[in-house]
Design a protein around this ligand. Structure first.
Ligand SMILES: [Zn+2]
Ligand SMILES: [Zn+2]
Length: 329
């Protein structure tokens, strides 16, 4: 199959073996995949990953060993694969299984290819009202919704989102929808405009002052963002960290203790609710798409995604009729 393969560099190949679904797994034909910041880090060596990157996708089940009724269904998929046996997995927390693999990130080929394999339990069937280009945002939108599972946000809360990248724009919309006194901030006028159009208050990030916010969500992907979040949150307030690339040394534990600040790490979130949010059209994702490339031009798509000011870049995997049986592996 066609795929983007990362070994020491990213390249496009046409002879990668089609993965075979094991028991309880489905073979999914990819329709669209999204390039996210994690993928950009992976092709710079993050996680020491080797193989096919990519974890944001929408596809069609073409073969299934476990639930035949899924064949032909359009699906999105959760990216963490737990062992299914440890205490965390048994508690339904496979996202944190110590021996998990993660689609396109850790010990498991991802979705920048014609096919991928995922366990049936990871898949969510999409309603027809969600377009492919919207569905590809399910994973990052779930990550934004995770904030609401971790912090009780009320209409009185003054909440600030730092960062106007893809995750920041999704987090701001999710928090606005939840109801709170929200300020979204970033460095790019044109990106903040996407939020202003939806009635969300926005500020240039470098003009924010004071310790007024009950909750600050850092989506900047930088150490400076974490420092700014700590500077903006009120004593007794909460900082939600969404950035994984930052330097951990910037967290000053004395400051957090003296001011009794709660720090919450936040990663993957609830897929079912993300699908619902896309269906309700209460979160606008299409304005976040900067450009679309065919899979064949994936290497160039990555180069483009690295450019300043670019939001979501999609890879389209072209195929005409829905093949109900994949080509012989
Ligand atoms: Zn992602
Ligand atoms: Zn486990």
């Amino acid at each position: 199959m066609k795929a983007l393969l990362y070994e020491r560099e990213l390249r496009y190949v046409t002879d990668y073996p089609v993965p075979r679904p094991g028991k309880g797994e489905a073979l999914v034909r990819i329709r669209y995949a999204g390039i996210c910041s994690t993928d950009r880090e992976i092709v710079r060596g993050y996680m020491d990953f080797r193989g096919i990157p990519g974890h944001e996708f929408v596809g069609t089940v073409v073969r299934c060993r476990g639930k035949a009724s899924l064949v032909g269904k359009r699906v999105v998929g959760e990216i963490n694969l737990g062992c299914g046996r440890c205490r965390l997995c048994r508690q339904g927390n496979q996202n944190h299984c110590p021996s998990r693999s993660v689609l396109g990130i850790l010990n498991r080929d991802g979705v920048f290819a014609e096919y991928c394999v995922l366990p049936v339990r990871n898949l969510h069937v999409l309603p027809d009202s969600i377009a492919d280009r919207e569905a590809v945002f399910t994973e990052p939108l779930a990550a934004a919704l995770e904030i609401l599972d971790q912090v009780a946000v009320t209409p009185e809360h003054r909440v600030c989102v730092l960062g106007d990248g893809k995750l920041g724009l999704l987090a701001a919309q999710v928090l606005a929808e939840a109801g709170c006194r929200l300020t979204a901030s970033g460095r790019h006028k044109e990106k903040l405009a996407i939020l202003r159009k939806r009635g969300i208050t926005t500020r240039q990030q470098n003009t924010l002052r004071g310790k007024d916010f009950d909750i600050v969500v850092d989506c900047t992907g930088s150490s400076e963002g974490i420092l700014q979040a700590l500077a903006l949150v009120r004593p007794g307030g909460t900082v939600v960290l969404k950035s994984t690339v930052a330097d951990p040394e910037c967290l000053d534990s004395n400051y957090m203790i003296i001011n009794e600040i709660s720090i919450i790490g936040s990663r993957c979130g609830p897929f079912a609710r993300a699908v619902e949010a896309l269906q309700s059209k209460k979160v606008a994702v299409l304005p976040l798409i900067s450009r679309e490339f065919p899979l064949e031009e994936g290497v160039e798509a990555f180069r483009y995604a690295l450019k300043k000011g670019v939001l979501k870049v999609l890879l389209k995997v072209d195929w005409d009729p829905i093949p109900l049986t994949p080509p012989a592996p």
